[in-house]
Write a protein that binds this ligand. Sequence first.
Ligand code: EPZ
Length: 419
Amino acid sequence: MSSWLINGGNRLNGTVHIHGAKNSALPILAATLLVPDYCEIDNCPALSDVDAAMDILRHLGCRVGRKEHTVSVDATVLSGADIPDTLMREMRSSIVFLGAMVARLGEAELSFPGGCELGPRPIDLHLSALRRMGLQIKEEGGRLRCRVERQMTGCPISLAFPSVGATENIILAAVTAKGTTTIFNAAKEPEIQDLCRFLNACGARIAGAGESTVVIEGVKQLTGCRHTVIPDRIETVTYAAAAAITGGSLLLKNIQVEPLQACVPILEEMGCQTTAWKKEWLVTAPPRLRRVRSVRTLPFPGFPTDAQALIMATACVAKGTSVFIETIFESRYKHVGELMRMGANIKAEGRVAVVEGVPQLSGAPVECTDLRGGAALVLAALAAQGTTEISQLQHIERGYEAFAEELQQVGADIKTVAR
Ligand code: EPZ
């Protein structure tokens, strides 16, 4: 296992090229199962979660390759309809393969996704929607055994919560279903829009992606296409927060600005200057950050839950008190304890966390608890006095490509040590 040793205090300055979005690449790779043809996915980030998705596709019989940031998938011939527990455990979001598997194969067997660091990860919305479309689902021994008599059948589906994963699973099950499916209260995240752009390029008939109501008209068959994954908006905010917390200035390239609309005002309230061009964003920090009055996480286009830990890290050294309300996940404050080990002053109770900014954090040995919580610890370490050792890096490697190298090239003092 390796750790990172970070000596804090360097202002970060320079340019970072943002990678493709993990949360877009994953459902798009699942969607290639629907296409009995060859697809090429460009700007696919090199992440352990993407590797896990590629392993699942191979296990199901697909021919899968990677050349730099292009992943190719040939799903012409499939040879399996089950995902073993070992592969399911590698990536919690592998539940998104269910919709595509039952649409293409008429059956699927996979494990109930375990809980994760963010608390229980229920899939009731996924299962009730797929049952409405005709899927028979038996839950036994932690495994889901699913089959559909003839073909998935399109129907109107209302989601009690605009779940990203449930919206994706319904779309994947509906694209080649018999008839039309209408999703009410669908998730509107940019990654859903990217998935639908890929599917429509393969011949699907999806309207309303990115809005609350999505209409999918079933088609007979899809054909292969070449698609470029959108930039990762959470990686973008991560590096913006790195500039903010270190008092530096970073030019972020290959980005999309529109999806950041809920994050820009937060960084500007904290005193950052931000300037955006078509695909670039310049973020410059003030000498000392000001507190952010309140950050409430919401479904898109609200403030993203995945950025909560990142902004919390910056609030730890801001002047004043910041309040966080996490409305999406029931326990997404696991990073609080580790930030407090570095001298942060945070009180978390249920879904609320109150952060009293301190003049300086101190380096300490800390452990990543989850993907974004781990990134928050890195941000805190970049600003802390002294050395921080960060372990359990596998959490970070799920969602950030070359994180240490990117930070080093803009001035961070970060070394990888074997432990
Ligand atoms: C996706 O997770 C993302 N993951 C998450 O990013 C992100 O935090 C989340 O959407 C919210 O934006 C991927 O895209 C791979 P949800 P997902 O279904 O689909 C509850 C990261 O850091 N819920 O929108 O699992 C659920 O418990 C990851 O990159 C049900 O109750 O999110 C949660 O409280 C972390 N029943 C809320 O809805 C269900 O059937 C949001 O979940 C499904 C969800």
